[in-house]
Design a protein around this ligand. Sequence first.
Ligand SMILES: C[S@@+](CC[C@H](N)C(=O)[O-])C[C@H]1O[C@@H](n2cnc3c(N)ncnc32)[C@H](O)[C@@H]1O
Length: 487
Amino acid sequence: MVELELSDKEFKSFRDLIAERAGIYFEPSKQDLLRTNLLQRMEDCGLSNFADYFQLLSSPAGTKEFDHLLNLIIIPETYFFRDQAQFRALEHFIIPEILKNESDSGSSLRIWSAGCSTGEEPYTIALIVAAGMVGVKYPSVQILATDVSNAALEAARRGVYGARSVRDVPKEYLNRFFSKKRDKHFLDESIKQMVEFSYFNLVTEPYPLLEMSGWDIIFCRNVTIYFQPESTKKVIHNFYQSLRQGGYLFAGYSESLRYLSDEFSTVQVGGTFVYKKEPQDKRGKKKARRTRRNRGRQRTPASGRSRRLGALPDRKVDEIQQICARAKELLEMGKPEQAGDLLAPYLEKSTASESVLLLQAEIFLNQGDLENAVQLCQRIISCEPLSVAGYYLLAVVYRTWEKERKAIEEFKRVLYLKPEHALARFNLGDLYSQVGQLDEAKLEYANVVRLLREVPDVFDERLAGGFSPTLLIDTCLSRIKELDKSE
Ligand SMILES: C[S@@+](CC[C@H](N)C(=O)[O-])C[C@H]1O[C@@H](n2cnc3c(N)ncnc32)[C@H](O)[C@@H]1O
């Protein structure tokens, strides 16, 4: 590859072009990465300076070349039934709920896969819909799939896939809806016809709400990870406007909407999280509840404490905090039995607080009583569906139990709720290497390094098993190197 300097001015021109066309924003720290990508593409195009390549990209003939560049910048990784829990939720809960409501209004089921890449995601939706149609009265179904990469859209329309793409397709679907020739899997025409593919840039302004409205369900997974938070906020708001009341948004597991939107409700469905546009009457109630809560907050200084598990007077809350602090000390001193004895009186069903239950679950884990640890974590989660600590501990228990797949699912839930959870990402990195998903492993280790460098205070030393942030960064870097070598 030719060695060329990318001047600041050139960097800004490319950066702005890419941001405008695809919403992907290169921070100044990524200048070198962009330069490498550009040089690689220039070599393939036989060009020897950045100005010529910029001209090519800006010309009408440059759209195809832009797709190639995009494929270098983003990881267009996708596969059928990616994140199975979400598709289970779609099949068993979300579609039935929408169909039930639709049958009252008698209209259609409309699903949009935004950022569909080479089609695996919208075709998975089509497979689920097609399989469910037998014996069920379906309204008319529309599945729209959009992307900014024309190359990806062309591949999607062909509907021909390699083994990697279909690795998670259940056998009955594979036999029924694909035919295999040599090492390629050809998707059945009946499924291909269910999906309409179209070019659409999610960061287009002004957003064409009129054409893009009335969706029951929107999938937008692993797309906004490349956007700036400001662009993501706009995109999420647009989705909100595009959905019908009671509609759902599926996001990728590292794309929590927590800090990006307060319009959606987070709901747990069939073991995964989805975002719901509440119907108007419920929204009114939610708003009223929020206002009441805020009013309450002004009056009670202790209102920041979680009260959902046990509604306790402040005196009791302080007592529990002291007991928990002492129990933690005992646990750290290697005395789990004594810690358990101390907590025992506070474990009664009606008043047990989240922190007491978490500590008791940690004690079970410490004593190797994994079944009870799992049960207790599940109790915490059923009372506090957004408990990051509950999911994290459950994941750690499964990892200790060597139930890798379950541990992966739970760590992913932690990231839904708290994408900057470095330790969950580190664990995911290890688990992915264990199960042979090496690209995912590298990505998670790299995420840990980035997070700990950008926001070192997100680190919780107590849960880190002896790792300091610096040691964790070094460990991740050396694991990435090892994985690179093993490929
Ligand atoms: C990693 S793939 C995700 C595919 C699929 N949603 C999944 O989760 O398996 C990301 C896709 O987002 C598309 N993309 C990136 N920026 C976009 C934009 N501004 N508008 C629409 N699609 C975009 C990319 O072209 C790529 O195909």
